[in-house]
Design a protein around this ligand. Sequence first.
Ligand code: ATP
Ligand code: MG
Length: 204
Amino acid sequence: MPEAQDPDQNARHQRRMEKRKAVVDAAIARANIQRGVVLVLTGNGKGKSSSAFGMVARALGYGYPCAVFQFIKGAIDTGEQAFFSSQPLVQWEICGEGFTWETQNLERDKELAQSGWQKAREALSNPDIRLVVLDEITYLFNYGYLALEPVLEAIKNRPAQQHVVLTGRAAKTELIELADTVSRIEEVKHAFRAGIAAQPGVDL
Ligand code: ATP
Ligand code: MG
């Protein structure tokens, strides 16, 4: 038999929700600035690149042109690359051939990072592109493949309505300071540690 509803509990719940709605509505009314934002997705947990590519799907839902630059890991085929690179509104650039321990070629890695950055810089000055993803870019600074300063400058001088998402572990303080939104994803568990191979559709 279903439990009888306590009318007092219902009334208390409704009063609490009315108060909460007033607080939430006031916060929404205060946030009235319209401009492009910078997001940094960092930390050791899973979910940085897939979140960035999720924003590409969102932006495409509004018909916004997007540009994605995949640094470092371009040699690994992913479901997102297969899906998004055939979309007419997406520029998808592979700017790497794998992790340093895979490529084992410092000069080539640096060259790819530099030429990838030149293309990304064009996107960061193109007002038609509404979302730019710089995937795994943090490693370029951490490995010394790319200077941080020109990247910070290009992001600061980008078109007013353009959003930029930067991903990768160990984001430098300067990137975190520049960003409007920063998430540090914590690893609580990862299936790989239990011996489960990377799964298509989940991990790549
Ligand atoms: P994703 O692309 O799934 O959003 P990510 O961008 O947060 O992951 P990366 O460091 O770029 O993480 O690594 C991507 C790949 O490595 C994915 O296959 C992901 O499942 C795996 N991975 C991410 N974090 C971990 C971890 N902490 N331990 C083991 N594998 C991981
Ligand atoms: Mg990633």
